[in-house]
Design a protein around this ligand. Structure first.
Ligand code: ZN
Length: 79
C-alpha cells in the first residue's frame, strides 16, 4: 500500500508524538490509550513517520506469522 493510502486510514489532529516530543505539536493520530496508576487515561499519539514505521513492522510480522496484514491498526496487537 502507498504511504498516503495508509495515512488516510487514520484520523489526524495536532498533538505530540510519543517518540518525537522534540518536534512539538505536529499532525498525529491516537494509536493507544494508557491508564496510568495515578490520573486519567492518556492518549498515545504518533506522527506520520512513526505510523508508517509501525505499519511496516506489522506488515513484516504478519508475513512472518502467516496472517493477513490489516493496515490502519498501528499500536494494536496483530491478532
Ligand atoms: Zn513520531
Amino acid at each position: 500500500m502507498e504511504r498516503q493510502q495508509i495515512l488516510g486510514l487514520y484520523q489526524w489532529s495536532v498533538g505530540v508524538c510519543f517518540r518525537h516530543p522534540e518536534k512539538g505539536a505536529v499532525l498525529t493520530t491516537v494509536i493507544s490509550v494508557i491508564q496510568p496508576r495515578v490520573g486519567g487515561k492518556e492518549d498515545v499519539r504518533a506522527c506520520e513517520e512513526c505510523v508508517i514505521v509501525l505499519e511496516q513492522d506489522r506488515w513484516v510480522e504478519a508475513r512472518r506469522e502467516g496472517v493477513a496484514y490489516r493496515p490502519g491498526h498501528a499500536g494494536e496487537a496483530l491478532y
